[in-house]
Design a protein. Structure first.
Ligand SMILES: [Zn+2]
Ligand SMILES: [Zn+2]
Length: 180
């Protein structure tokens, strides 16, 4: 394949329609084809489907997770709502995509966040967008102190892992800049 043809399949040059910045792109592919999700610093998400490049999806995250035309019509799952809200003002959470499969469902749509939940504590949070599994690990690296990681996927009422994830996203003591 020619280089130009390959480039056509990659949305990297697409700019955010809202602010003109270049979003960060992640891709996934399964039996329904290859799909890309661009998350912009301003919080706007857009999906790119190489099989249907002309399709503009209203719900970019759903199109990315499920494919075009298969968007969720049922209520949005709680973890997707948390994830989408976390990208907005005033939180502007900088999630980092993690290519490792989810420990619960084995899908590769996990995002990682590191914050200081309280002074001198570091929390590493992991969220699977496919099944809602949350894992939070608290540590004091400078003291070489690591608590056991807590995992769970119960959102109502929230289990400990979900409560900690919510605190880390919406009420952190301090944020860390995600490495690019
Ligand atoms: Zn933008
Ligand atoms: Zn999962």
């Amino acid at each position: 394949m020619e280089r130009d043809e390959l480039d056509d399949d990659r949305p990297m040059s697409v700019r955010c329609a809202q602010c003109g910045e270049c979003p960060e792109w992640e891709s996934l592919s399964d039996g329904y084809g290859e799909r890309w999700l661009g998350v912009c610093r301003c919080g706007r998400m857009q999906a790119f489907l190489p099989d249907q490049p002309a399709v503009e999806s209203k719900d970019a995250l759903a199109a990315f997770l499920l494919g075009a035309g298969r968007e969720i019509s049922a209520p949005t799952p709680a973890w997707i709502r948390l994830f989408m809200r976390s990208l907005e003002q005033p939180w502007n959470t900088r999630w980092r995509y993690s290519p490792e499969p989810c420990g619960a469902c084995a899908e590769r749509v996990c995002f990682v966040l590191q914050v200081c939940p309280r002074p001198y504590w570091l929390a590493t949070c992991r969220l699977c967008l496919a099944c809602g599994r949350a894992t939070t690990a608290y540590s004091q690296p400078w003291q070489n102190l690591h608590e056991l990681a807590v995992s769970g996927s119960v959102w109502a009422p929230p289990c400990l892992a979900v409560q900690r994830l919510r605190n880390c996203v919406f009420r952190p003591f301090a944020r860390l800049e995600a490495p690019n």
